[in-house]
Design a protein around this ligand. Structure first.
Ligand SMILES: C[S@@+](CC[C@H](N)C(=O)[O-])C[C@H]1O[C@@H](n2cnc3c(N)ncnc32)[C@H](O)[C@@H]1O
Length: 500
């Protein structure tokens, strides 16, 4: 185990060590218990990491990192702390297989560190392109664009509408639908550089939720009471003699797209001006690939990386394709494509179907069937996963889990992550460190220590477990879990491993 630093507090086992994995001692938990006893020894509760820096909170006001409002992101501060701790220098290469808004990639770039990143969401590509061009923008051109937008008026007879998919139907007022289409067309036809056009696209993307009747809320979109969906549902309830819904979303006055777009462009211009004056030109190379880490990592050369800093989707049913439906529809993703994209997500929703056959096909195509078989063996021989799968199955039979998709999700989640961990091991140079930010979860009264199970799988692959940083603030449980099984605090952790 590495030496603790000044910020670290030795773990208080009572509070951070899980005392009971299976509520009411329903099922077998001895394997999880013994893993817990082993890995609590390398767990530290650290002031270095907290709710603010493992979440998007700090990025909200951070130059450059606030450009894509991405609530699932972590902060630049967290990346900077880890780069320092891992002793990463200019010219080194860092990977983030789950880029999101690109925090790891952009912090690296600004520090002269090379980076590689993947994500399946098209918004990532736009955000990364916009941010990585920060030193190249022509501020005079952006000023011209801002003043042209100020003077734009939609012609009376303008009739186009922004595209919709089923889940976004009715998200905007009629006028807003027109505005989005109009400003988009104008941007496409505008005679300016590609990077400025892309920046305007990012600013439109950032405006969509604000100007819509929706609000992002965990696993889905909430709808304002004025939206078509809510009005129809209210009408339906009335017809059926039901009282109106009490909890309703009222977003108040919605800004026009023009105003929101101008606000966004002014805000990014301030950042561009600041960064262009202060940043060194010695930036790192940033290589972003739009695609699934599961299929792209096996294509990379071995012994490439000095570090990995990432946060995968959590095993918490959170569906990025629903939360970002407005943005995806805007970017031309159809109903058909969104279903495909959902299946590309690392299994983190109850709708994810197993993709192991597909992974196998990809490995065979790369002449890596042997690797595939070895990785599968690690998954199949893992007793902790076997205990969890068995317990969840028993819970499901007992009526404690209302959706069998949870079982498929948990199994797929660890299976797929093991492929990621194995590829990272191959890609890392000797001495490289890997940091994963993740949350533990609980289903049907069964605690799943994602941090420790991942560390166990990583160790089987060949990594040396270094530390599990656990946040002082642990996570609560859903109200259903609490009501039925009582409260068990769940760790939020950053696991650190090293390739020997
Ligand atoms: C927790 S977020 C990462 C946020 C990021 N650290 C940031 O600061 O913005 C997880 C990301 O993983 C992406 N993702 C999900 N499945 C993926 C896959 N198979 N390959 C690559 N990325 C994937 C999601 O689209 C999401 O952007």
């Amino acid at each position: 185990m590495e030496q603790l630093n000044l910020f670290d507090i030795p773990v208080n086992a009572d509070k951070w060590q899980v005392q009971n994995f299976s509520a009411d001692n329903f099922g077998e938990q001895s394997v999880r218990m013994s893993l817990e006893r082993k890995l609590i020894n390398i767990t530290v509760v650290s002031d270095m990491f907290n709710r603010q820096n493992v979440s998007y909170q700090l990025s909200k006001n951070d130059t450059l990192h606030r450009w894509l409002k991405y609530k699932e992101g972590f902060s630049a501060d967290l990346v900077k702390r880890l780069l320092k701790e891992f002793n990463i220098k200019q010219g080194d290469t860092v990977l983030d297989p789950f880029v999101g808004s690109g925090t790891t990639s952009l912090v690296c770039k600004m520090q002269g560190i090379n980076s590689i990143g993947f994500d399946i969401l098209p918004m990532s590509k736009i955000a990364i392109k916009a941010k990585q061009s920060v030193l190249e923008y022509d501020l005079i051109e952006i000023k011209r664009v801002i003043s042209e937008i100020k003077n734009l008026e939609i012609p009376e007879n303008y009739n186009s509408r922004t595209p919709h998919i089923t889940i976004t139907d009715g998200a905007y007022s009629e006028n807003t639908e027109k505005e989005i289409a109009f400003f988009t067309e104008w941007n496409n036809d505008n005679e300016c550089s590609e990077i400025t056009k892309n920046l305007v696209t990012l600013c439109i993307l950032n405006s969509l939720e604000k100007i819509s009747y929706t609000a992002k809320d965990g696993q889905f979109l909430r709808w304002d009471y004025r939206s078509k969906k809510m009005l129809e549902s209210a009408e339906h309830r009335k017809k059926n003699g039901k009282s109106p819904l009490v909890i309703r979303l009222d977003k108040g006055d919605l800004p026009a797209l023009k105003q929101s777009l101008l606000d966004e462009l002014n805000s990014v211009s301030i950042d561009i001006s600041f960064i262009q004056k202060s940043a060194t030109s010695n930036t790192g190379k940033l290589n972003f690939i739009e695609g699934s880490a599961l299929y792209e990592l096996p294509k990379l050369e071995s012994n490439l990386l000095n570090a990995v800093i990432t946060s995968p989707p959590y095993c918490n049913r959170y569906d990025y394709t629903r939360t970002y439906a407005l943005e995806l529809a805007y970017l031309g993703i159809t109903d058909e494509k969104i279903k495909k994209l959902r299946q590309e997500l690392l299994s983190c929703t109850v709708e994810n179907r197993p993709k192991i056959d597909y992974i196998k096909e990809k490995y065979i195509a790369l002449c890596k069937e042997k690797d595939f078989n070895q990785i599968m063996k690690i998954v199949e021989n893992n007793q902790t996963l076997a205990e969890i799968n068995h317990s969840l199955n028993e819970r499901s039979k007992n009526g404690d889990i209302n959706n069998r998709g949870v079982l498929r999700m948990v199994n797929g989640y660890f299976q797929e992550l093991t492929f990621i961990y194995a590829e990272l091991f191959r890609l890392c140079k000797s001495g490289a460190k890997v940091a994963f930010v993740n949350d533990n979860v609980r289903y049907g009264g069964e605690v799943i220590s994602v941090d420790f199970i991942s560390t166990e799988l990583a160790e089987k692959i060949g990594f040396k477990p270094v530390k599990v940083y656990s946040l002082k603030q642990q996570k609560g449980n859903s109200s259903q879990q609490m009501a039925k099984f009582g409260r068990v605090p769940l760790r939020k952790s950053i696991t650190v491993w090293e390739k020997p």
